[in-house]
Structures are given as C-alpha cells and as structure tokens.
Design a protein around this ligand. Sequence first.
Ligand code: IPE
Ligand code: IPE
Ligand code: MG
Length: 234
Amino acid sequence: MCLPKHIAIIMDGNGRWASERGLPRQEGHRQGVKILKKIIKKTSELGIKYLTVYAFSTENWKRPDHEVNFLMKLMERTMASETDELISNKIKINFIGRRDCLAKELKEKIKDVEKSSRKNDRLTLNIAFNYGGRAEIIDAVKNVIDNDLQADNISEDVFSKYLYQPDLPDVELLIRTGGDKRISNFLLWQLAYAEMFFSDKYWPDFSADDLQNAVTDFCNRERRFGGLKNAGDN
Ligand code: IPE
Ligand code: IPE
Ligand code: MG
C-alpha cells in the first residue's frame, strides 16, 4: 500500500476564512485548531508515521501584537486541553523551532508534553512553532561548530543529525492550504524532494477527505529523485 511516511502541512488561510465571514481573525485560528484535531486523527488512522505542522513562523512576529499574543495563548490553551487525548492515542509530540523567546509557561508546557509522550510510537506529531527553515539551518551550523566537527567529517547525513529533530525522515508530501504556492521558510532542508500539494481551500475548510485526496494524488506521482524513469530497465 502506498503511504507517504512523512507529511508536512502549511496550515494557511485562517485569517481570510474569518474575514470572509465577517468574523475577527482569531476565530479563524480557533477553527483552525479544531480542524487540526481532525487531520491528526485521520493521519493516524491512515498509518502515517510523521506529521509536521506549521503553527507559527519566525516571520509571524511581524503581525500586530494582539494577534501574536492571541496565537501564543492559543497554543498554551490548546496544549492544556488537547494533549492528554493525543497522548492516550499513542501520539508522540515534539516541538521544533526556537524556544528561547517563548514565555516561560509555554516553554515548561512544551517540555512536559514532550517528556510525557516520548515513548509513544503510533504517530510522531511535530509542531513547528517559532520555526524558520533558515533559523534551523543556522542553529544546526552553530551546533556543528560547538561540537568541534571537522570539515572532512561533515556529510548530509551527519549534518542532518544537528537539526531540531535528528531522526526526522525527509518530507514526502507537503500540503499547503489557502491558495498560495510558496514554502514561506518551512523545512527547507527536509523538503528537498517532497511532492507538493496546493489546495485553494482555507485551512478551516480542509477536511479528512481532502487529506485522503492529497495522499491519493501523491501515490500517483512519479518520483525520480534526479534519476530516470523506470530506472533499472537498461
Ligand atoms: C495561518 O493562517 C496561521 C498562521 C500563520 C499562524 P493566516 O493567519 O496566515 O491566515 P491568512 O493567510 O491571513 O488568511
Ligand atoms: C505560513 O503562513 C506560516 C504558517 C502557516 C504558520 P504565512 O501566512 O505566515 O505565510 P506568508 O506570509 O503568506 O508567506
Ligand atoms: Mg497566511
């Protein structure tokens, strides 16, 4: 059976979803969390092993203070209300991103949930929060230098061990909702050979069936990784 091992999602369009309904942008973010729960459930039911979702980028600090504050609180509240269920469903939860500038309470919650879910193995859920692909690469370079690695000993495999999640496999399927076709600084290293699936739906309108369609679409693609079609025929 064809299944991508690692799906990554840029959950975009919450604000526009709300504005089109005459609602404050915050409502879009609240609705977005509800949809995320459904998508996590579906991902886990399908038997996919890794799901990485983009919740807050290193560039999202540019938004008005009230929206940034709301998103920080929403993450804290969502963790308080949802993690028990995720953990009982055998989901391992990791956060990727820069933690230093997050509020102390949030940092503590992140640590707690990572610790209490670390033995779970049904699905690994990575929440990209205060995450930037370039920041991740720079942090990895610093880590390499701090560990006194010599240039001759650095390969792609070695370097990837210094990223936020050393054992994270490459993304096979990237989904972006909201109609835009760009990466917005997400997982630059891990997306090298990902198949891209862009949906015009806003994230709060995305459904389990849409996820299924994206997976089916992925399974019909021909992946060549720089090689030739039907490699091995000659
Ligand atoms: C994505 O939705 C969620 C975050 C970036 C936190 P947006 O808030 O970017 O929604 P749009 O793109 O403005 O509609
Ligand atoms: C990407 O969405 C970040 C998240 C979904 C968290 P943005 O709305 O921030 O991306 P741009 O600004 O349209 O590129
Ligand atoms: Mg957006």
